[in-house]
Design a binder for this molecule. Structure first.
Ligand SMILES: Nc1ncnc2c1ncn2[C@@H]1O[C@H](COP(=O)(O)OP(=O)(O)OP(=O)(O)O)[C@@H](O)[C@H]1O
Ligand SMILES: [Mg+2]
Length: 302
């Protein structure tokens, strides 16, 4: 069923035999383990017109980065919901998500959570470390909402007795089915050690982000994370946080009014979608100065 090579041990090949190597692995200063307080790296980024597109998703485009093992993430204004059944555009979303994800990943890096984020390049693009994405969406819930409320008949807004972590298999054709740890390890999507690491990082991220959002009067109801394998120069493999953290994949409610300030405004046709994303950025103190200036979309090389 699974034709991919065996999942490498999380500590890398020095302790065992790893038969393959990620093609992106070459010598580069970027392959040092990312640490807190790292200074910006002097990487020259070629002009947009010369970038090679490697993947277009629903919310982002990935381009080849300036060095092997790096990617440029371009944030689009496109929005989808209900597994692609609903489509729309949220003007300025890409600009805001680029900033919000930069901000949150930088804060996480500072407390020692390894992430793919290297630096923001411009209004819509950020430089990231390329990883081998683990095909699991990790959902962390603090308050009942969305599919949890529907599935178990728990009214939205009910505080959960403790944080609940769920896993979904990233597969659009199968509708991203919910899976257990057993499925993940039995089908080889991640090893037991990797899953341990993913769970402990997710809980740490949840604690930290819950506090951070509380500080700006926002309730972190639930959110989705993606992790990947980052191959170091010395062949060490490290699980790091990838993708993005933004109102596209977090539920954020105002602490007092309960107003929704996230993608549910789009899913449920509540209106004021762009304004909600702006409000989150404003509260975090990161609204781009001078208002919603923007850069034109990328010209791509296929
Ligand atoms: N550092 C990274 N290295 C490699 N791939 C990444 C990295 N960060 C995110 N990705 C992947 O890039 C894609 C981002 O695009 P987008 O979020 O638009 O995808 P999507 O439409 O949600 O599709 P998917 O179902 O694949 O997540 C995702 O597939 C995500 O898993
Ligand atoms: Mg995505």
């Amino acid at each position: 069923m699974d034709t991919r090579p065996p999942t490498p041990d999380i500590r890398g090949s020095r302790s065992g035999t790893r038969a393959w190597r990620h093609p992106a692995v070459r010598d580069s200063s970027l392959f040092r383990r990312p640490g807190p307080g790292d200074p910006p790296r002097p990487i020259r980024v070629p002009p947009m017109a010369r970038r090679k597109q490697i993947y277009e998703g629903k919310a982002k485009i990935l381009f080849e980065g300036p060095e092997p093992g790096t990617l440029v993430q371009y944030f689009k204004d496109d929005a989808t919901a209900f597994n692609n059944k609903k489509h729309g555009t949220i003007t300025g979303k890409g600009v805001l998500n680029n900033r919000i994800s930069e901000y949150l990943m930088t804060r996480l890096n500072e407390i020692g959570v390894p992430t793919h984020f290297v630096r923001r390049l411009n209004m819509r693009e950020q430089l990231v470390r390329e990883v081998e994405i683990i095909p699991i969406e990790v959902v962390i819930r603090n308050v009942a909402a969305g599919s949890l409320s529907t599935k178990f008949g728990i009214p939205e807004g009910t505080q959960l007795p403790r944080s609940i972590v769920e896993y979904y298999y990233k597969n659009d054709e199968l509708n991203d089915p919910m899976v257990s740890e057993e499925h993940i390890t039995a089908f080889g999507w991640a090893s037991v050690q990797e899953l341990d690491e993913i769970l402990s990082l997710s809980l740490r991220i949840n604690d930290y982000l819950s506090g951070l959002f509380l500080g700006v009067q926002l309730r972190l109801v639930d959110f989705k994370l993606e992790f990947g394998r980052f191959y170091h120069e010395d062949e060490d493999v490290q699980i790091i946080l990838a993708d993005e953290i933004s109102p596209d994949n977090c539920r954020l409610w105002d602490m007092t009014s309960g107003e929704k300030l996230d993608k549910d405004r789009f899913r449920r046709d509540l209106g004021g979608v762009a304004e909600a994303y702006q409000e989150v950025a404003r509260r975090l103190g990161i609204l781009p100065e001078g208002g919603p200036r923007d850069i034109p979309g990328p010209r791509t090389m296929q």
